[in-house]
Design a binder for this molecule. Structure first.
Ligand code: UFG
Length: 324
């Protein structure tokens, strides 16, 4: 099977590309390299440099590579930036996706896996978030992802598109052999910043807020390894193709870890001290975000396999020897 991976040179997309390859399926990558890294796409994988909204290019890829299904990762994902510059986010994450879907439907591509996010839920008073909760995002990034989910739902009713919207919690970790890993520029995520503070004395991690209503006062998140996400993508694709259906799934480990717990685990794995300072809260951070992933367990037969220590061990390998 030939799978078009948009954003396949980005953090999550590149790991999923490798995973697809290891499963003896055939990934084809389309990436505009705004945030992606050409080096992270394995040699031998067809690579196209361009925009998902370029219908001529997408049509050429579909024909030339005999595409059967699409996994769509290309999106901007800086929550703070989305508040300052929502136009950039609506244009890229929503409008370009709309153009991509138009081209796919025109060429009878009916299977689509969408990289969505727990940021579509907003803030809820429950301990674990399930798919049945109302989606009320609190930032433009979350709204752009929710808008695409809505478009997919309408398109599936009207045009027979089959899709899965996968709502990730905190994607983390790296390839087991250290070949690829998280390489955002700028980096804003907790685990890489904690590990970088160990390796570079000039980098200090800031803990954003110690007065949250959580056991140690720092925010709690649900960290999920990129290869666990990758497995879910293939299981979801198999499911929508077999059942000719569409659905949405939360992808998380169902375990919550505070910022301080992450720091302790980084220290345990590396045997070294994280250099950190406690500061004020970052705007827009919910105190507690943990998944109820029982739907993915039940329907897809999916389970997270990497625990927090394994996730951080792969991230540490990557940070120590990273190539880009
Ligand atoms: N944090 C710090 N210091 C830092 C970076 C993060 O204390 O330098 C804290 C944050 O306040 C948060 C936790 O660490 O409590 C995790 O923060 P990340 O930035 O690593 O991840 P987020 O939970 O903010 O964001 C992730 C994804 C987004 C997605 C969001 C959904 O990266 O794409 O989950 O809430 F939108």
């Amino acid at each position: 099977m030939n799978i078009l991976v948009t954003g396949g040179a980005g953090y999550i997309g590149s790991h999923i590309t490798r995973y697809i390859l290891r499963r003896d399926l055939r990934p084809v990558v389309l990436d505009n390299l705004v945030y992606g890294h050409r080096e992270s796409v394995p040699r031998g994988v067809p690579f196209y440099h361009g925009q998902i909204a370029d219908s001529k290019l997408v049509a050429k890829i579909i024909r030339q590579e005999k595409i059967n299904a699409v996994m769509h990762f290309s999106a901007y994902a800086y929550v703070g930036e989305s508040v300052e510059n929502p136009q950039k986010y609506y244009e890229n994450n929503f409008c370009q996706t709309q153009k991509l879907l138009e081209t796919l439907l025109a060429h009878d591509i009916k299977y689509f896996i969408f990289s969505s996010t727990c940021a579509t839920y907003g803030i809820h008073a429950t301990t674990k978030l399930s798919e049945t909760l109302p989606q009320n995002p609190i930032n433009p990034y979350g709204f752009t992802k929710l808008a695409v989910e809505r478009m997919l739902s309408d398109y599936s009713q009207a045009y027979g598109l089959h899709y899965a919207a996968l709502r990730y919690f905190n994607a983390a970790g790296a390839d087991d052999d250290g070949a690829i890993g998280e390489a955002h520029d700028p980096e804003t995520h907790l685990i890489p910043l904690a590990l970088q503070s160990i390796l570079n004395p000039e980098k200090q991690l800031k803990i954003f807020g110690t007065d949250y209503p959580t056991p140690d006062g720092t925010c709690v998140r649900d960290y999920i390894h990129v290869y666990d996400l990758a497995a879910a993508h293939l299981q979801a694709l198999d499911y929508i193709m077999r059942k000719k259906t569409s659905d949405c799934f939360n992808l998380g480990s169902e375990n919550g870890y505070s910022v301080k717990a992450i720091i302790q685990t980084c220290e345990k794995i590396s045997g070294l001290k994280v250099n950190y300072q406690e500061t004020v809260r970052r705007a827009g951070d919910p105190a507690y975000l943990v998944a109820d992933s029982s739907k993915a367990h039940k329907i897809l037969g999916w389970q997270a396999r990497y625990d927090l220590e394994k996730i951080i061990a792969t991230a540490w390998q990557w940070e120590k020897y990273r190539r880009y």
